[in-house]
Design a protein around this ligand. Structure first.
Ligand SMILES: Cc1cc2nc3c(=O)[nH]c(=O)nc-3n(C[C@H](O)[C@H](O)[C@H](O)COP(=O)(O)OP(=O)(O)OC[C@H]3O[C@@H](n4cnc5c(N)ncnc54)[C@H](O)[C@@H]3O)c2cc1C
Length: 382
């Protein structure tokens, strides 16, 4: 068989990456078991709606539901009226793989750890349709696109963890870049500089995910940690990665001129450094012992997304606007870091609208060790 380009999208079989010996396991030990039940698992029936919960609507059971615990989380995904996917992702640094090796063992583990769910499934007598295991799935290839005109997309390239569904981010980014490269190649363009840039770009993205997931699961026992970590991860994911996806990624690889292609990763890298510091702070004893309880619910909604990604589809010839938004969003994540470090309740930062008040002109250094000033400048009046 002959082809000008070969793209491996065969998932974890990693046909090409194995052939060329360029894939390796990543240093986290997350594993998963999952099963489908022959019934509509309705979260309202075992975790009843309460009047103070802003997220309980009549369609709640059709959302992606996560049940969180130290060292694990569980997904509940309604597939149809009478089919539901349920899965456990767990960190083998806290739970033995053998405790999940069969359906019977997984049932026992659920009875010991998340009794409310397994009792519900048993009470309703939902049949168990299948049971699957995937052990230590985190892996990555050294690079994903080759001068020899082949590429690896999706799981054939790599995945850290499904907690935030980043597998599909990687696929979207790769397909966007690869479409430009193949198009340029087929229409006589030169792509020799773009290929190493494409590899560097994905490498940086995977590095951001490594900061997100390393030592994350064992700390999830404290609710305020879960809320703060979730929001810190969102504060790089939406303002930086989603902004790049909406406004930059396609044009970054559209021609051989490297200027824009180099400026955008500069902001990703700057935000990445701040994110690294924020995640490190969340892992510190200082944060663990700060006595903040947080709130029961986190106010993240579509409006927050609009603040983070204020414009979409900015054309290539207006790319300076993209850089301004990224600059503003780098300020945003620095403000997040300084407020967290102050030891005050980070959920107030969100509730009081601080995200919306930050601009390209905001000087985050003004707020280092000065949360009173930050609140005076950025918080909406009560
Ligand atoms: C436990 C777990 C839970 C996840 N949960 C979510 C989630 O809730 N939401 C989410 O967005 N993402 C989730 N992900 C991530 C997501 O599933 C993957 O990132 C995504 O499926 C990868 O897509 P892919 O096309 O690369 O690989 P796959 O989806 O594996 O597709 C590869 C396809 O190639 C086919 N194939 C293999 N070999 C050959 C061959 N030789 N010839 C022809 N065809 C072949 C396979 O049959 C398969 O259909 C999860 C991942 C894991 C590990």
């Amino acid at each position: 068989m002959k082809a000008h380009w070969l793209v491996d999208a065969a998932g974890m079989k990693k046909l090409l990456a194995r052939k060329f010996g360029i894939t390796h396991k990543l240093p986290i030990e997350h594993s998963s078991v999952w099963f489908r039940v022959g019934g509509g698992v309705n979260v309202d029936e075992f975790l009843p709606r309460t009047s103070d919960n802003p997220f309980t609507t009549e369609h709640r059971s059709w959302s992606s539901i996560h049940l969180e615990g130290a060292g694990y989380w569980i997904w509940i995904l309604r597939l149809s009226e009478n089919r539901t996917s349920v899965g456990v992702i767990f960190d083998e640094s806290m739970y033995a793989f053998q405790d999940f090796a069969t359906w019977e063992k997984t049932t026992l583990w659920l009875k010991q750890n998340v009794r409310v769910l397994i009792d519900y499934i048993e009470d309703r007598q939902f049949p168990i349709m299948d049971f699957r295991i995937l052990r230590r799935f985190a892996s990555q290839s050294d690079y994903w696109v080759s001068d020899d005109r082949w590429a690896l997309v999706g799981d054939s390239y790599g995945i850290w963890d499904p907690y935030y569904s980043n597998g599909f981010d990687i696929i979207g980014m790769q397909n966007t870049i690869l479409t430009e490269l193949i198009h340029a190649d087929r229409t006589g363009g030169v792509i020799e500089q773009r290929i190493p840039a494409a590899n560097r770009y994905l490498y940086e993205i995977m590095r951001a995910f490594s900061v997100t997931f390393t030592d994350f699961y064992p700390r999830k026992g404290r609710w305020y940690y879960v809320c703060a970590k979730y929001n810190v991860d969102m504060a790089i994911y939406f303002p930086i990665l989603a902004t790049v996806m909406h406004n930059a990624l396609q044009s970054m690889f559209m021609d051989e001129d490297p200027t824009f292609r180099e400026k955008v990763p500069h902001f990703i890298s700057e935000a990445g450094k701040t994110h690294f510091r924020a995640v490190g702070f969340l892992a510190s004893d200082e944060f663990r012992d700060n006595g903040v309880e947080g709130y029961d619910y986190m106010p993240l909604n579509a409006d927050t997304y609009n603040v983070f990604v204020s414009e979409r589809g900015i054309p290539y010839h207006e790319k300076d606007r993209v850089l301004s938004i990224l600059k503003k969003n780098c300020n945003l994540i620095l403000c997040v870091l300084y407020y967290l470090q102050s030891g005050r309740n980070y959920m107030d930062f969100i509730k009081r609208g601080a995200y919306s008040a930050i601009t390209e002109q905001t000087d985050p250094e003004r707020y280092r060790d000065n949360p009173d000033q930050l609140e005076a400048d950025l918080f909406r009046p009560v």
